[in-house]
Ligand binder design. Structure first.
Ligand code: PHB
Length: 390
C-alpha cells in the first residue's frame, strides 16, 4: 500500500512537472473544428461551397491555425431549426470541438448562437444573416464572416427608390432571413419615397409560387423585391419568367437570388439586378488569386458562399494567432479580430463592435454566367446591431 502511494505520488509529481511548461505555452494537440452546415435540402450546395472555401484557406495555411493542426468534425443540419440544438450538441458534447463553424439558415444559426453563448464555445457564422446573432445574442465568442440579412436588403431599398420605382410588392420565405431582408428593403425604400404595397410570403422551403405570382400580376406593382436562395431561388427565377412577369415587372433581390444559381437559371436570370457584398467580376488581385485557387482546387467557380467560408477560416486564423493557439482565451481572440482589417476577396472589411462585417454592398447585374458589378449600392455599410450588449 505504502509502496503504491509512493509510486502514485512520484507519478503525480512527474505529471505536474510535465504539465507546467505546457500551461504557460500553447495547448498541445489538434484544434477541433466543428462544421455544422446543410448538406441536404434546398441549401445543400451552399453548405458545400462554404466548406470548400473554408478548407481552401486552411490548406493555404499548411493545415494549421494558431500553430495547431486542424481536425474537422461535420454535421448535416438539414436547414432544420427543430434539430439544431441536438445537432450542435453532437459537436460540442460528443466530438468536443473547440470551434463551431455554421451555418446557412438563420433559424438554425440562432439555435447555434444560443448554445455557443451558454457554453462559451467559439462560433463563426459563415452565412446565416439573422440580426439576433450580432444583435441581442451578441457575445465575445460569436462572430460572422458574411452579412446581416438587413444589409443587402437596405442597400437594395435605396437603389430601387433611386431608380424611380414607387410601388413595390415583396415576396419571400416566411422566416427570419426573409422577414429581415424585406424589413431592410422596406426601411430604405420608404425612406426614399417609395411604398411597399404588399408583402407576400410562403413557408420555408416551399416552392409552390404559382398563386403568389398570380397575385403579383394582379397587383401590377412598379417592381418586385425578393429574398430567395439556393434551390428555391433557381425555381423562383424560372417561374417568374415562365409566368410572363419578367418582361413587365422588374425583379430585384438580395444577391442570393442569382449567386451560385446561374448555371441552373440560364436565360431566365439574364439582366436581373441584385445587391450583395460580392460579385463575379471584381477583378482585384486579391479576388483573382482566390478565384483561381478555388477553381484549381475544386474545378468549380466560387460564389458568395465559398468566399464567406474562406473568410471564416481567415477569421479563425487571425483570432487563434491572437489567442496564441488557445481557444479558451476568448478576450484575446476577440481583440485580435476587432482590430483586424480582413483581407477578403470581396475587398477588405472590418468587424463592427457586435462582430458583423462592415462592408461595401455592390449592385450587380446578371450577364451570361456572371453577376457583374454595376456600382456600389452602399459604401461601408454597418448593420445597426440593435440590442447588442456584451
Ligand atoms: C439565412 O437563412 O440567413 C440565409 C440563407 C441563405 C442565404 C442567405 C441567408 O443565401
Amino acid at each position: 500500500m505504502t509502496k503504491l502511494r509512493t509510486t502514485l505520488a512520484a507519478g503525480a509529481a512527474a505529471l505536474a512537472a510535465f504539465a507546467a511548461p505546457l500551461a504557460s505555452s500553447q495547448p498541445a494537440g489538434k484544434l477541433k473544428v466543428g462544421l455544422m452546415l446543410p448538406y441536404t435540402g434546398t441549401f445543400a450546395a451552399l453548405g458545400t461551397a462554404i466548406e470548400n472555401g473554408f478548407r481552401l484557406h486552411i490548406e493555404e495555411l499548411g493545415g494549421k491555425v494558431g500553430g495547431r493542426e486542424v481536425e474537422f468534425f461535420k454535421v448535416d443540419d438539414e436547414s432544420e431549426p427543430s434539430k439544431a440544438t441536438d445537432n450542435v450538441n453532437k459537436l460540442i458534447k460528443r466530438d468536443n470541438v473547440d470551434v463551431l463553424v455554421g451555418t446557412v439558415h438563420s433559424g438554425v444559426a440562432m439555435a447555434m448562437a444560443k448554445v455557443a453563448k451558454d457554453t462559451g464555445t467559439l462560433l463563426i457564422v459563415p452565412n446565416a444573416g439573422a440580426g439576433a446573432v450580432t444583435g441581442p445574442m451578441c457575445a465575445t465568442n460569436i462572430f460572422r464572416s458574411s452579412f446581416s440579412n438587413w444589409q443587402p436588403g437596405y442597400a437594395m431599398g435605396e437603389a430601387v427608390a433611386k431608380r424611380g420605382h414607387k410601388n413595390v410588392v415583396t415576396i419571400t420565405w416566411k422566416y427570419a432571413a426573409g422577414d429581415e431582408s424585406v424589413g431592410g428593403f422596406k426601411e430604405a425604400f420608404e425612406k426614399g419615397g417609395g411604398k411597399v404595397v404588399k408583402e407576400l410570403s410562403l413557408p420555408f422551403p416551399n416552392v409552390e409560387f404559382q398563386a403568389l405570382l398570380t397575385e403579383i400580376a394582379a397587383a401590377k406593382p412598379d417592381a418586385v423585391y425578393t429574398f430567395f436562395a439556393g434551390g428555391g431561388a433557381v425555381k423562383f427565377v424560372k417561374d417568374y419568367a415562365a409566368a410572363g412577369l419578367k418582361k413587365s415587372i422588374p425583379l430585384y433581390g438580395a444577391g442570393f437570388l442569382t449567386d451560385g444559381t446561374l448555371e441552373a437559371q440560364g436565360a431566365d436570370a439574364e439582366g436581373l439586378i441584385t445587391s450583395l457584398h460580392y460579385a463575379d467580376s471584381l477583378g482585384t488581385a486579391r479576388d483573382n488569386a482566390f478565384r483561381l485557387a478555388y477553381a484549381n482546387a475544386y474545378k468549380l467557380q466560387p460564389d458568395v458562399y465559398a468566399m464567406q467560408g474562406y473568410d471564416a477560416a481567415q477569421m479563425l486564423a487571425i483570432g487563434m494567432a491572437g489567442a496564441q493557439g488557445d481557444p479558451n482565451k476568448k478576450a484575446e481572440f476577440a481583440a485580435a479580430l476587432q482590430k483586424a482589417k480582413i483581407d477578403s476577396p470581396r475587398g477588405p472589411f472590418t468587424l463592427s463592435a457586435s462582430h458583423n462585417p462592415v462592408q461595401d454592398i455592390y449592385l450587380r447585374q446578371v450577364s451570361g454566367k456572371e453577376n457583374k458589378v454595376v456600382g456600389i449600392a452602399s459604401k461601408s455599410l454597418a448593420d445597426p446591431g440593435r440590442g447588442c450588449k456584451m
